[in-house]
Design a binder for this molecule. Structure first.
Ligand SMILES: Cc1ncc(C[n+]2csc(CCOP(=O)(O)OP(=O)(O)O)c2C)c(N)n1
Ligand SMILES: [Mg+2]
Length: 370
């Protein structure tokens, strides 16, 4: 699929972005063994192919979610095609489990690649968008990409943007206080959302001297907030400049490059796990299908496609054949289609379950009980 799209787009028309060479990666590449290719900064072939596989799976799933919406089998789609090169390496480096000893995730509505990398089965995402009672995240009550996995410390995704930056302070605070493990808190969100006070409060509370919090604070900058573009909205040169003012290591990276993402996340995670202090990453990403179904969910051909970019590199390095990449996509696509057909037969939630898991004053929030 990615190849087909590459031909349609014409690879030469890709936006030229400056690729930052990871600082520690330079050192790694000097010691490269024979089976390592210098352009991958020491990452092994096996790891690269794993990243690619997860990116393909996530893309095939997201494109299926869009088809489900367009076929009338869902009310709304929002998701992450175009963020895989950032979000897959993130998910691969999560120490997953339940409780403060493990990493906590406060994701926004573009978390599919991270969860696929953590091992989420595609069916979970499909049941969620199709609002089936079998949806393990919300019982069929929320939008696509609004995940919730208590067993992996994945907090419920919130539709109001940016509130996750405050909620993340809570789990990071517990992790700091307990100081028993290397568990960290990860928070993600978009560029436009950084205009909200929650983002500023997060930087303030994460960085107080003597009580710095073990947090990876991230922003996925796709240069859009629905239909408002980045230009004209920011006085700062880079969003990461704001975090730097709070004395935390902060960088802006090419989130369309999974190698750069993997290495930079690894560096930041190591720092946070050992120092128990925050670090910040702004990842420059693409928005391949616009904001959501509200803006049509059509493919935007001017955006750089991280999957095509990565596949090209892997093929040039001799790690992957074009036909293999095509088959991989087709297999995931067929699997997702089959799952969607089967989920269509599953029941919607009963109206009697409407108030389950909602609370007011420690009681079930069904107003009819009050
Ligand atoms: C508090 C709040 N204000 C406004 C909205 C409407 N809204 C939904 S997404 C969005 C744009 C967010 O843009 P950005 O933070 O850059 O994330 P992106 O969608 O680009 O990934 C807005 C304004 C909302 N959901 N919540
Ligand atoms: Mg944005």
């Amino acid at each position: 699929m990615a190849q087909i799209r590459a031909e349609k787009q014409g690879l030469s028309s890709h936006k030229k972005k400056k690729i930052l060479v990871p600082s520690s990666a330079k050192k790694i590449s000097k010691t490269s063994k024979l089976n390592r290719k210098p352009q991958f900064y020491g990452l092994e072939k096996e790891l690269l192919l794993k990243i690619h596989d997860l990116m393909v799976q996530s893309r095939a799933l997201e494109e299926r979610l869009i088809k489900i919406y367009k076929a009338g089998d869902a009310y709304f789609w929002i998701g992450a095609p175009g963020e895989e090169a950032w979000a897959v390496p993130l998910g691969m480096q999560v120490h997953k489990g339940r409780g403060p000893e493990y990493d906590w995730l406060h994701l926004h509505y573009r978390g599919t690649p991270t969860l696929i990398a953590m091992g989420m089965p595609m069916v979970d995402s499909i049941r969620l968008i199709m609002n089936r009672a079998t949806d393990v995240c919300t019982g069929g009550r929320n939008f696509s990409n609004h995940y919730c996995f208590p067993e992996w410390n994945v907090a419920p995704v919130s539709s109001p943007i940016e509130v996750q930056y405050l909620q993340a302070l809570g789990t990071a605070h517990v992790q700091k206080r307990q100081n028993r493990s290397k568990g960290v808190t990860i928070v993600t969100g978009g560029d436009a959302g950084t205009a909200e006070g929650d983002f500023a409060s997060c930087l303030v509370w994460a960085s107080r001297k003597g009580f710095e919090l073990p947090m990876l604070i991230t922003v996925q900058n796709n240069r859009w907030g629905i239909s408002t573009n980045y230009e004209g909205q920011h006085g700062e040169s880079q969003i990461s400049d704001r975090a730097r003012a709070f004395n935390m290591p902060a960088q802006t990276i090419n989130g369309n490059d999974p190698v750069e993402s993997y290495i930079k996340i690894q560096e930041a995670m190591t720092y946070i796990r050992t120092k128990r202090k925050p670090a910040f990453i702004e990842a420059l990403v693409s928005r391949l299908y616009g904001h959501s179904s509200a803006s049509g969910a059509n493919f935007i051909k001017d955006e750089e496609d991280c999957l095509i970019r990565f596949e090209k590199k892997l093929i040039e390095a001799g790690y992957l054949k074009s036909a293999e990449a095509k088959t991989l996509f087709e297999n995931y696509e067929a699997e997702a289609q089959k799952i969607a057909e089967s989920v269509r037969q599953e029941p919607f939630p009963e109206s009697s379950t409407l108030w389950d898991h909602t609370y007011a004053n420690h009681e079930n929030a069904d107003w009819r009980n009050f």
